[in-house]
Design a protein around this ligand. Sequence first.
Ligand code: DGJ
Length: 760
Amino acid sequence: MKLRHTHPAKTILRVAPALLVLCATCAALQQPLQAAPNPNKGKNKNKSQSQAQPQAQYKPITIATAGIELILGPGEDGIFSQLYYGPANREKPAPPQRKQRRDSSLRENEVYPQYGNGFIATPALRVTHADGNTSTDLAYASHTVTKPADDITLTRIELSDKAYPGLRVALCYRAYRDENIIEQWSEITNNETAPVTLYNYASAALIASAQSYYLTQLQGDYRTEAGLTEEKLVPGIKILDSKIGVRAHQFRNPSFILSLDGPAREETGDVIGGALEWAGSFQFAFEVDNAGRLRALCGINPFAAEYRLDAGETLVTPALLHTYSTEGKGGMSRNFHRWARAHGGIRDASKPRPVLLNNWEATHFDFDENKIISLFDGAKEIGADLFLLDDGWFGNNHPRDNDKAGLGDWEPNAKKLPNGLTHLADAAKSRGIGFGIWLEPEMVNPASDLFEKHPDWVITQPNRAPLLRRNQLILDNNRPEAQAFERGIFDRTLAPNPGITYVKWDCNRFVTQPGSSYLPADKQTRLLVDYQFHLYDLMRYFAQKYPNVMAMLCSGGSGRVDYGSLRYFHSFWASDNTDPRQRVFIQWGFSQFFPSESVSAHVTDMGQRPLKFALDVALSGAFGVDRDVARWTPAERAQVAAAVKLYHDRIRPVTAGGALYRLNSPYEMPRATLEYVAPDRARAIVFIYNLDKSDSVFPAIKPLGLDAAKTYRVREINLPASATTRLAPYGATGATLMRDGFAAPVSGPLESAIIEITVE
Ligand code: DGJ
């Protein structure tokens, strides 16, 4: 059996032995990614084995975490319905008394509805069988419940079609007890005698039932990423999607917030949050029916993506991560953040993210060895941990002096860097800093040795003049030689240069002309789906083979940010827009789903904002600098160095791993306040920004999440040497602080403050 997988082996290995059979054929591709320790791995094996028995039919199946339950029920005719999704402690509706019938309206609650034999809304699955029949009628067959770890339960529900027993569908749910996250996907197996075609193949089809639904998306474009847009859903279908295949999140992130019974609030109200583990074209289709019920179909975008599944093949769809929060968007975000940290959603969560000095904004393509080494001195002076050499270091016959040439020719440019990368890594090391490089492994410029030798290795279509974007084309990773070449990029640059300890992985164009000269005519529409599977293989190859090389996910800003990719990366580049005033919004948007240590935030000159403001905004994320430090005055350099020290010693230990509370939204007022509370609640950091270009009066800042009984000390930090605080340090109990708050020590245009709250 051939499998297309999106799940990392780390996850696969947690699956009970009985289910490993399913995954054995792809074991070679699915070697475990080192790090992200799973203390429970291997525990409860016997229990898992004994539980992996088919369970009795017709009884409701509960997918449960500590705080939420998703209850599913097969009726006597096998139709499988969602009976409940919500908090575990809420009263559940009684299961339907009467028999479900295929012509009954109860079908509207069907968990994974299929096209053709009675279901009349948008289906989760639409298949044309080997004999041409366009309908599918799945019924419950069996299910297993296993415990891959103490805090994780995997439920696998097998469905089959009596008339077409060769088509098997498994609905899979991994429930993370402590984080209240459910990870859900489907596995579609073709055991018919010839290929079938999948037209719709959703990962999940969640149902909600409320008086009203408000949908929030993270919408934007290059330099305006992750803007929050909320709208009320009305009967009919609202689709959030991407059709551009690679760099697929350019216009919106594959995540959503669905608020029930009113617009989403920050700390109260029922909210379902969803994030798809998929770097490619995705679709969320929210259909409100005449009964006021909502179904959210989530998965790979079926648009132009008919998937011809050969006999013997299984398609494993990307997983949707979802949570149900009764504490509004804040509770939703904290669930996602805790999950990402505890379960490998971001790579090496416990590893401190280094302070980077990146040269892109400082030099663009215009540098040489001496210039770069001079920047190392600035990096050392401010206390940065690592220098990241951006685009422009490679290409000889086609030097990468601008974005028109060189992509694909990953040899150091001998004119700019006569002594190569090793020399640079050594020069950085001698100053006590690490060294990293920029790569864009999926891409090629027509002006390159690579393209001249292999013009057929790119995604394009016959009878069309190739369409360039940023002067480049995408390598067709369906072709094995191109895959081998891409792996070789890492082997040729990293293996001989162990001094390179960081990679920024960029991706600067989306797909047009989606064609492959490698794939047969009847598999052309698989191209972009399979591209993502091969891309994840490449990311996994890199992460497993170079476990000590840290990595930033970048895509011309954040044109690609998803939990399918982030397990191989330590952070992502949130935007090329580093104007700190704009960054407050962009980082606010990403904070809905992604923890602070995954959001790379660098100080630059952009927007010409006050340095203190720029520092305070970047310090709330994975901090760095993108500037020639020598262009700052000595006093400014000292200010930046002090901020770096503070970040290392007192900010990062709280923000990385801390619980996020968004106290004042920039969408409601020209001000923003964020708070991070350390897991032991002994420390908190509050970031306060006045976004007004004139004076602004803040409401009292009322922290959340503190220990009511403890006494805390409150003080302002990161003040420039010449400044005095307007908040005299004082002590108060957590209860008093949370009730009365404190006056924000900012009011002037683009003023900001960082407040440290520590147990006395
Ligand atoms: C786009 C990225 O977002 C930038 O930070 C920079 O790396 C350029 N690409 C380099 O071409």
